[in-house]
Design a protein around this ligand. Structure first.
Ligand code: XMP
Length: 514
């Protein structure tokens, strides 16, 4: 049997990142809640077990814990709360927090082996700390493997058993060598085999989807974005024609988007695809609305109505609905596995369902991050133009027209946006940018065209770099590229006489203007 790592979720916002690092090391993992019994864990046959961080104190009431027997099932890596738990269970001294330690710290490695194999004692390593309590004294039978200024035990291990722990978070990007620590645990200590791939993920998901669906019909709303496209392609690979995809043309799409979706899915993948032309319904619902939240609601409601009509007409009796939900979209207060982790970002997809809808959800990408989804898409042979696309918000261009939405304004914005993206591609910069788009401002300004005074629209351009959309920096365009973009937009788009570039980072600004 291939290697598998069990991650026990004690509620850290970073638990999914641990799973991600393990996948990056090509080892299969699953996240489970702390309520799994030792017998259950034994039967699961983990190659190794990682105890995640979490917001609790081991001294709190009703806090998640572990049975001491767990530490003998397989090699253990405790992270943050996971380490405090090990210390607590094994009789070490966990010091209650005087104050939280939060942020970067320099950790001094005391042992150049185990999880620190390949590290040098005299070279402190950057580490991300986020904890209240800390281990003051390791339990009997344990040795200290790392320390920092504020944390006497930044790492520890058992003298003879394969139990290792670190106080900091090796899974986050702010711990630059964290990936090595996790890889050391996987390969040096657990002797895991690096055999997991996106291909293996696809095979697993196909099996699960087939078992779940049986001979029932399934429906999927395609938005044209990466996530729903990859989810649809994956489900199609599993059940073929039992899947019907519905693509709603909201009239709020970018130039050429509908044609691209139809080409990819109908022609290229042979998916049963229904396109619903609902532009008029959306524009009617949006008429006169300026407030972005009200726009979102109007779009959300219209979307559900249109989608329900389409389902009744084209996929009568469908029992399942595919959604391209990714991990960063998941906000429910329970973690995907029923463990206690809480995500922080609010989810704003328009495809939200009515509570009374009778579909069961299939969300095969629910535990992945965007770049992992892109790799799955590539493995499924989706074309690069689809897989590598910038994210696009569900409410589409409606939240990029910063006033009430009309067909004329959409036409202006769509044209400016298309030129912008075309030039970014021509300059070879598309893949360096997380997301680039134009915004039509509710502002007009004076200009001059030939001998004529003009009084026309201002278009703002936004381009950001980001890892996950949670934080972002504005993209430093070369001047010559900006010059071409601005000239072309002003010359080619009627009604625009001024172009400005947005130099705000997130936070405090957001990516979209709305
Ligand atoms: P913000 O503007 O919050 O955006 O910094 C972060 C990411 O989310 C996208 N976004 C949305 N996506 N529905 C979506 O599906 C929405 O209502 C929505 N609002 C923002 C945004 O494009 C960026 O990628």
């Amino acid at each position: 049997m291939s290697s598998r790592i069990l991650i026990i979720d004690y509620g850290s916002q970073y638990t999914q990142l641990i799973a991600r690092r393990v996948r990056e090391a090509r080892v299969y993992s699953e996240i489970h809640p702390p309520t799994r019994t030792v017998d259950w864990v034994r039967q699961w046959k983990p190659t190794g077990i990682i105890l995640s961080g979490g917001p609790c104190s081991v001294y709190g009431e009703n806090v998640p814990t572990a049975s001491p027997g767990l530490l003998d099932v397989a090699p253990i890596l405790g992270v943050c709360y996971g380490m405090q738990l090990i210390a607590h269970l094994e009789g070490g001294a966990v010091e209650r927090a005087g104050r939280r330690e939060y942020g970067r710290a320099d950790v001094e490695v005391l042992e150049e082996s185990g999880v620190f194999a390949g590290f040098r004692a005299e070279q402190p390593v950057g580490a991300w700390m986020s904890h209240g309590d800390h281990v003051e004294r390791p339990p009997r039978g344990y040795v200290v493997t790392a320390k920092s200024t504020n944390t006497p035990v930044a790492g520890m291990r058992h003298e003879t058993k394969p139990i290792h722990a670190v106080q900091f978070h090796p899974e986050v990007a702010h711990t630059p060598r964290g990936g090595e620590i996790i890889a050391n645990f996987l390969f040096e200590i657990c002797k895991a085999e690096p055999s997991w791939t996106p291909g293996a993920f696809i095979e697993d998901e196909i099996r699960k989807i087939r078992t779940l669906v049986g001979d029932k019909r399934v429906i999927c709303g395609l938005s044209g974005g990466v996530d729903s496209s990859v989810a649809a392609a994956l489900v199609h690979r599993a059940i073929g024609d039992q899947l019907t995809c519905v693509f709603v043309d909201t009239g709020l799409l970018r130039m050429g988007e509908r044609e691209q979706v139809e080409r990819t899915f109908r022609a290229h993948l042979g998916v049963k695809l229904v396109t619903i032309d609902a532009a008029k319904r959306f524009l009617d619902a949006l008429a006169g609305i300026e407030d972005p939240e009200k726009k979102r609601r109007a779009i959300g409601h219209t979307f559900i109505d249109v989608f329900e009509d389409a389902t009744a007409q084209h996929a009568e009796g469908a029992a399942f609905l595919v959604q391209g939900t990714l991990y960063p979209d998941v906000i429910e207060s329970a973690s995907p596995t029923g463990g206690p982790s809480v995500t922080i970002k609010t989810h704003h997809n328009v495809g939200g369902l009515r509570p009374d809808m009778k579909f069961k959800l299939i969300e095969p990408l629910r535990e992945l991050f965007k770049d992992e989804v892109r790799n799955v898409g590539r493995e499924l042979a989706l074309p690069e133009e689809m897989v590598g696309r910038h994210p696009f918000p569900g409410p589409g261009l409606a939240i990029r027209v910063l006033s009430d939405v009309s067909e004329d304004k959409l036409a202006v914005l769509r044209k400016a946006d298309a030129i912008y993206l075309e030039e970014i591609r021509a300059a070879g910069l598309y893949d360096d940018i997380w997301q680039a788009f134009a915004v039509l401002l509710p502002v007009r300004s004076v200009g001059v065209m030939g001998d004529e005074r003009t009084y026309d629209n201002v278009v703002a351009l936004r381009a950001v770099t980001s890892v996950d959309g949670m934080t972002a920096d504005w993209f430093p365009f070369p001047h010559d590229v900006m010059a071409v973009i601005s000239n072309r937009i002003i010359n080619e788009v009627d009604g625009v006489n001024r172009v400005v570039y947005d130099v705000s980072s997130k936070p405090p600004a957001t990516i979209e203007w709305e």
